[in-house]
Design a protein around this ligand. Structure first.
Ligand SMILES: Cc1ncc(C[n+]2csc(CCOP(=O)(O)OP(=O)(O)O)c2C)c(N)n1
Ligand code: SF4
Length: 248
């Protein structure tokens, strides 16, 4: 197949186009991840793992060793892998349900223990693969199939702010940030810093990526952009919440 510079070399050529719905933000995030893996020249020592949820659609996305785990278990799986093989660069990719609900304890403990893995979490404000149920990140007032009148925080609590929470408990060598899939430069820079943190042998790294889910949001292209870039960033500000001096 002819060389295509629009696709990362670390993406598997035979399985393209990707399997996400049209307009999904996850493909943008993963394209950036692929380009960063190319630039850092780490494909041969990287092990990528995806959770359950739409993240599982990436089980054959990369031309690198890949593990597919149970819902919420991608973090402990990669912590175990890293313990067994410290020279590997380990990436755990998950949704907000996987990381902040069913697998929250794993994420919190990995941050507290300073496990040297890179965790990447897609915040699309819902449980997407199963049809748009309310997630820990669903905005107050946002409708979901399990919240037909919109999230009522007095009944179910307020949305979780993952990076802010993890930054409180993480150790000094951690890199913790939030970005958005549509800001290619910011997304790529933060993914690069997170992986560099692991390559340099510092601690835990975590990035939350705000991402569009037009199918469950029931939005067209412009409405999807608006909701993620305007509504979601109001509640979930972009930024670096912990950054070792050497990465600044
Ligand atoms: C242990 C377990 N409980 C529930 C499910 C059903 N399930 C599959 S995907 C999913 C939601 C995924 O949502 P999220 O993690 O936010 O990822 P997204 O699909 O939004 O990318 C659920 C509840 C499952 N597969 N395994
Ligand atoms: S359901 Fe939403 S998150 Fe899942 S692939 Fe489709 S647009 Fe993306």
């Amino acid at each position: 197949m002819a060389e295509n510079n629009n696709f990362p070399k670390s993406w598997k050529k035979s399985s393209k186009p990707h399997k996400f719905c049209p307009g999904c933000g996850q493909s943008l995030a993963l394209k950036n991840l692929g380009f960063v893996i190319d630039e850092l020249q780490i494909a041969d020592k990287t092990v990528y793992a995806c959770d359950i949820g739409c993240s599982l659609l990436t089980w054959d996305m990369f031309e690198i060793d890949t593990i597919q785990t149970h819902h919420g278990r991608v973090v402990p799986t990669m912590v175990g892998f890293k313990l067994a093989k410290p020279s590997a660069i380990t990436i755990a990719f998950m949704g907000d349900g996987g990381g902040y609900a069913i697998g929250a304890q794993h994420l919190i403990n990995a941050a507290m223990r300073d496990d040297p893995i890179t965790a990447i979490l897609i915040n699309n404000a819902n449980y997407a693969m199963t049809g748009g149920q309310m997630a820990p990140t669903t905005l107050v007032g946002q409708k979901a199939t399990t919240a037909p009148n919109g999230r009522d925080w007095q009944k179910v609590g307020k949305p979780i702010h993952g990076p802010e929470m993890l930054a409180e408990i993480a150790q000094e060598g951690s890199y913790i940030a939030r970005t958005i899939s549509t800001d290619i430069a910011d997304c790529k820079t933060k993914i690069r810093k997170a992986l560099q943190n692991q390559i340099d042998g510092r601690g835990f790294s975590f990035i939350e990526i705000i991402s569009m889910c037009p199918v469950n949001w029931h939005t067209d292209a412009l409405q999807s952009l608006d909701f993620s870039e305007k509504e979601m960033t109001k509640v979930y500000p972009l930024g670096e919440f912990k950054c070792p001096q050497k990465l600044a």
